[in-house]
Design a protein around this ligand. Structure first.
Ligand code: FES
Length: 110
């Protein structure tokens, strides 16, 4: 497990997204209630980052991740694309746990 630097999981607000660089890869972190979700910041459509603006990954309703490039929408619970050019594909998700106030992510198969 890798401890995410500069991320205090309990300091994140509900439905706040953050990005974090780990092992040369940019991750997207979202908190919802007391659940955290971690994904690779790479759209399955073209393999490019989802966002144009730093730490800005949600649609206007804050219900889904959105790819700023072509508007694909992804469920933040499991990364499934429900609308857009990569519908049916998923964001790459990493298991994570909060322990001792830090967010730990399993990136072993990256
Ligand atoms: S690159 Fe994300 S929808 Fe096209």
């Amino acid at each position: 497990m890798t401890v995410l630097p500069d991320i205090d999981p309990y300091a994140m607000r509900d439905l706040e997204t953050r990005s974090c660089l780990v092992q040369g890869q940019e991750l997207v972190i979202l908190r919802h209630d007391d659940h955290w979700y971690v994904y690779l910041n790479s759209c399955p459509h073209l393999g490019i980052p989802l966002n144009f603006i730093a730490d800005d990954f949600l649609d206007l309703d804050r219900q889904h991740f959105i790819c700023a490039n072509h508007g694909a929408l992804f469920r933040y619970e499991d990364g499934l694309c429900i609308s857009g050019p990569c519908s049916g594909q998923r964001l790459r998700q990493f298991p994570c746990v909060v322990d001792a106030g830090r967010l730990h992510v399993d990136m072993l198969d990256l």
